[in-house]
Design a protein around this ligand. Structure first.
Ligand code: ASP
Ligand code: MG
Length: 467
């Protein structure tokens, strides 16, 4: 099989882990053509973002000392991950060349005292540039032929939307297959840096946090892989967050659409765009645990079997959000009210997570992240209060609970089971939304009630034994 295998940051967080990842790839490559995609080493992207904040605040010393820490840790990791002196030396040469580029960049950014979206993407792409060298040389240490490539090297061309770019798939497809096919022909294992690509001018761009998943599926689609595997530190997609529900289970199989819903509601975070490149080619994805490779994980497929289609898959919670309720008689029958509210919030940079409007049109409820709550309320008060809006109510600390699964489609009585379970647990439901796909029933409760209602629904729908 032709496999694209992506490793997350925790999978390569220590030398021991890197060596076991290398052994895993080595054994996979006996029977398969393997293409590896790596995230940055655990926490490194966050540290690079911290550096950018220090620069913005003019805190040069902190920026420099954090960079020194990153350099030191990668060198130590490199030293411990590779046994052969000769290969270690090569690895250090590679790292040194990337690290001096990083130092140069930092210097420039500190001098300017400025962080632009473009320089930020360039900066935070370094995590993956460093990690791929270590993983690739650990493979050489096992006498495996391997080549490192950044997203730009491999041919991922994106738009210039720094921070959340999208690939230009036609160009990318041509370039990626032209780069990778000859390498695969020579039995070399490509180790590709996730998260980043380059725009048409050659400037480094990133896909947004968690973007290495997206890199893996883009590559898989370009070279018509048989499967793409996302390796992380969890066993797969779960029927609920195991921290909330003790008997939560790994779900063996879900459809793309269900996985997309689950990615958004994220017990296991997957970059939400990751499924797009797979859709047309119907490439299956497996979500597996690097630290428990015996476990088959979750299969995400375009063609789920009948039994899979009939089940409710999971109940998940997005905790600690804010709810805004806007009311006013003049909202009734006034086209454009919703548009005004939402475009004001968009301009203020507030992301809306959930909405519902009463059919009387006199109230709209909006859920936003807690961090955005003050900004959202201020914006609405300043611009609309006393005009279209008569009253704004705010509830801080609410949780969105979502029941997900294609089994709900056309199933009579789902809502009554859900709200019956909530009522028996004396949980008040504040707001409800269901998309007409019937794949997802979401409602809002006070965060205090989150745990009990998630447990109740997990039992009510028998999610531990459902699969
Ligand atoms: N290193 C990047 C991040 O932490 C991309 C990824 O891990 O997928 O967001
Ligand atoms: Mg990461």
């Amino acid at each position: 099989m032709r496999l694209v295998v992506k490793f997350g940051g925790t999978s390569i967080s220590t030398a021991k882990n890197i060596r076991s990842v290398a052994r895993f790839i080595h054994s996979l490559s006996r029977k398969n053509q393997v293409i590896v995609v790596c995230s940055a080493v655990n926490d490194v992207t966050d540290q690079l973002l911290d550096i950018s904040e220090f620069i913005q605040k003019g805190n040069k010393d902190s920026a420099n000392s954090l960079m020194l820490k990153i350099i030191k840790e990668h060198k130590q990791l490199a030293k411990d991950s590779v046994l052969s002196q000769k290969i270690r030396k090569k690895l250090f040469e590679k790292l040194d060349s990337s690290l001096s580029e990083l130092e140069g960049l930092l210097h420039g950014m500190i001098l300017l005292g400025e962080v632009t979206p473009r320089s930020l993407d360039y900066l935070i792409s370094f995590g993956e540039r460093l990690s791929i060298e270590i993983v690739s040389h650990a493979l050489s240490d096992l006498k495996e032929k391997s080549v490192t490539l950044t997203g730009k090297d491999v041919g991922i061309v994106t738009d210039s939307n720094f921070g959340s770019s999208k690939p230009l798939m036609d160009t990318t497809r041509l370039r990626v297959s032209k780069t990778l096919e000859p390498l695969l022909g020579k039995k070399a294992i490509p180790v590709i840096g996730g998260f980043a690509g380059a725009d048409q001018h050659g400037h480094i761009t990133t896909f947004g946090r968690g973007g290495s998943d997206y890199t893996a599926t883009i590559i898989a689609s370009c070279i018509k892989a048989d499967e793409v595997w996302l390796m992380s530190d969890v066993d797969g997609l779960m029927s609920a967050d195991p921290k909330l529900v003790k008997n939560a289970k790994v779900i063996p199989e879900v459809s793309y659409v269900e996985a997309m819903e689950m990615a958004l509601f994220g017990a296991k975070q997957i970059h939400p765009r990751s499924f797009e490149p797979l859709l047309s080619k119907k490439i299956p994805m497996r979500i597996r645990n690097t630290f428990n490779v015996e476990n088959p994980g979750t299969l995400v497929t375009a063609t789920p079997d009948e039994a899979t289609n009939r089940t409710v898959k999971c109940v998940s919670a997005i905790r600690h959000n804010g709810l805004i309720d806007v009311r006013g008689g003049s909202m009734v029958g006034a086209p454009g009210t919703a548009a005004t509210i939402f475009s004001l919030l968009a301009k203020a940079g507030v992301n809306i997570m959930m909405i519902s409007q009463s059919p009387s049109e006199s109230s709209i409820s909006i859920v936003v992240k807690k961090n955005d709550l003050d900004r959202a309320v201020n914006t609405l008060e300043m611009n609309l209060l006393g005009k279209v809006i008569k009253k704004i109510d705010v509830t801080i600390d609410v949780a969105i609970i979502a029941l997900i699964g294609s089994g709900m489609r056309g199933m009579v009585g789902v809502a009554s089971k859900v709200f019956g379970a909530a009522a028996r647990n004396k949980v008040n439901v504040i707001m409800i939304a269901q998309g007409s796909s019937e794949l997802n029933l979401a409602f809002v409760v006070k965060d205090n009630d989150c745990e009990s209602v998630v447990k109740a629904l997990h039992d009510e729908f028998n999610l531990a034994n459902n699969h």
